[in-house]
Ligand binder design. Structure first.
Ligand code: HEM
Length: 490
């Protein structure tokens, strides 16, 4: 085994060496033949500036890597990270250009570990007309009228169900993950929390862990475990798909995402089991980690900003006063939470769960007088814009009041500078759902509990934005909310 690894390492080094020098030569050739590349630095042989990027994002400073280069080279710069030359944009207009030209000049591009684990039929990796069709099918299952008609009830019930068990010390991120996982499973396949969903969640979490590992089984036990877990999750989902297909053939139809995918008469239909499984798995991935992290970080920011927390409590206590202690939230309640929406925006702006999006050019692309060669990676940084003082005054402080009416940041700019859900054809189809989930979560946490942070927990930004200790808090039930009748899953 040792000698195989040695040979493998030697081989990889050789390939990296050749690639690096090929890159240098082709880049020099490109510079001679064409117009300029954006300014920047390729860093060290083989690794480029990858190590600087990783160590920068492991600190509490959200944007050291980009800040440093923007001040040297401007908002469009070239670097070399994760084995490839990459152009970074920290400019809202260029970001918009990149997002809007999806499929024309750029295509989405994910790291190998993520695309292998997602499966080739996932929405995130689809292109062209199939992508368009599936994107709008996904939207039709997460838009406001679906949320209003039936998802809101599920969200409200699940949030209360999970919070029912909270006493003493609670690891907030883990609890938020339970909520978003079970909610997504319900939305996709109509399952309420049960032993089967618990087991699925355990395997599924191993898949997620593999996303940021080296996508080589031989080197990374995390990746190996993730691949095995993916097989188990796919088998479990295949079984459900097969059963539901037979039900559908007998004329039975459930009003969920899987129902739509199996529906021969509607927009869905005609998909193989494998395609449906990949599609479901990608939706689980897209909605679960992002929304649970944003829930956790909203609570962290509020804990550290007591005035905002008390303002939020007032808003939600008023709703409870109208609804009584146990009645479920209604759509009109959600629509009467103006300060909550400011907190949601500000959390999305400060936390930037998806810090930016990777694309690959499919032609030579001209931007701001520079030319980016065909086949290059481009990273549109959403976070760099959200944390830029030019667009958001005192950009690195949590200030939900900045979003109050007549005070909207970026409103005077010709380009929308606030894009936490991306834009263009790949704009997040779950943007409304995520906002509602976060608002309902905040409603129940502030009306049912008071809490303090159990210990210091640092925010870090690599490989994803999260707190290091999953944000432990000590909770205490508020007098207003004596534990209500136990909520049973329907
Ligand atoms: C706070 C929570 C969320 C944030 C910040 C977020 C952010 C984003 C962003 C920035 C993209 C664009 C990626 C790109 O352009 O390459 C995206 C795509 C996507 N999101 Fe979300 N998202 C969130 C929650 C959700 C939820 C709840 C769902 C569930 C339906 C969801 C489903 C998706 C899907 C399926 C895509 C891929 C779209 C495509 O490639 O066409 N997201 N999300």
């Amino acid at each position: 085994m040792g000698s195989i690894i040695f040979l493998y390492t030697l081989f990889s080094l050789l390939i990296s060496f050749i690639s690096f020098f090929l890159l240098r030569t082709t880049t020099a050739h490109f510079r001679r033949r064409h117009r300029r590349l954006p300014p920047g630095n390729f860093g060290l042989p083989f690794v480029g500036e990858t190590l600087q990027l990783i160590s920068a994002y492991k600190t509490e400073n959200p944007e050291p890597f980009i800040d440093d280069r923007v001040s040297k080279f401007g908002t469009l710069f070239t670097t070399h990270v994760f084995g490839e030359p990459t152009v970074f944009s920290a400019d809202p207009e260029l970001n918009r250009f990149i997002l809007q030209n999806e499929g024309k000049l750029f295509v989405s591009s994910y790291p190998g570990s993520i695309s292998n684990l997602l499966g080739r039929h996932s929405l995130l990796l689809m292109r062209g007309s199939l992508h368009k069709r599936m994107h709008s099918l996904t939207m039709s299952f997460a838009n406001s009228s679906i949320i209003k008609d039936h998802l809101l009830v599920d969200i409200d019930r699940l949030v209360r169900l999970i919070m029912e068990s909270w006493t003493g010390r609670v690891l907030l991120l883990d609890e938020a993950k339970k909520i978003t996982f079970h909610l997504t499973v319900k939305q996709l396949m109509s399952f309420d929390p049960c032993e089967w969903t618990q087991k699925l969640m355990k395997e599924y979490m191993l898949v997620i862990e593999g996303f940021f590992s080296v996508p080589l089984r031989i080197f990374s036990p995390t990746y190996r475990r993730a691949i095995q877990a993916r097989t188990k999750v796919a088998e479990a989902l295949s079984l459900v798909v097969r059963e539901r297909r037979s039900e559908s053939e007998r004329g039975e139809r459930k009003n969920d995402m899987l129902g739509a995918l199996l529906d021969e008469d509607g927009n869905g239909g005609g998909f193989s089991d494998e395609e449906i499984v990949d599609f479901l798995l990608a939706l689980l991935v897209a909605g679960y980690d992002t929304t649970s992290t944003i829930m956790t970080l909203a609570v962290k920011f509020l804990t550290e900003t007591p005035l905002a927390l008390s303002h939020l409590k007032e808003e939600h206590d008023a709703i409870r006063a109208r609804r009584g202690e146990t009645e479920a939230l209604m759509w009109e309640d959600y629509k009467s939470m103006p300060f909550t929406q400011c907190v949601v925006n500000e959390t999305l702006r400060m936390a930037n769960i998806i810090s930016g999006v990777f694309r690959r050019t499919i032609a030579d692309v001209n931007m701001k007088g520079y030319t980016i060669p065909k086949g290059w990676k481009v990273f549109a940084s959403l976070r760099a814009v959200h944390l830029n003082q030019d667009y958001f005054k005192d950009a690195r402080s949590f200030n939900p009041w900045r979003w109050q009416m007549n005070n909207t940041p970026g409103a005077t700019s010709s380009v929308n500078v606030f894009t936490p859900f991306g834009g263009g054809p790949r704009r997040c189809p779950g943007y409304e759902l995520a906002r509602v989930e976060l608002s309902v979560f905040l409603h129940h946490i502030v009306t049912r509990f008071s809490w303090v942070a159990a210990e210091q927990d640092k925010l870090v930004y690599f490989p994803t934005t999260r707190t290091q200790k999953r944000y432990p808090i000590i909770v205490q039930r508020r007098a207003l909310s004596r534990p209500c009748k136990r909520l049973e899953a329907k």
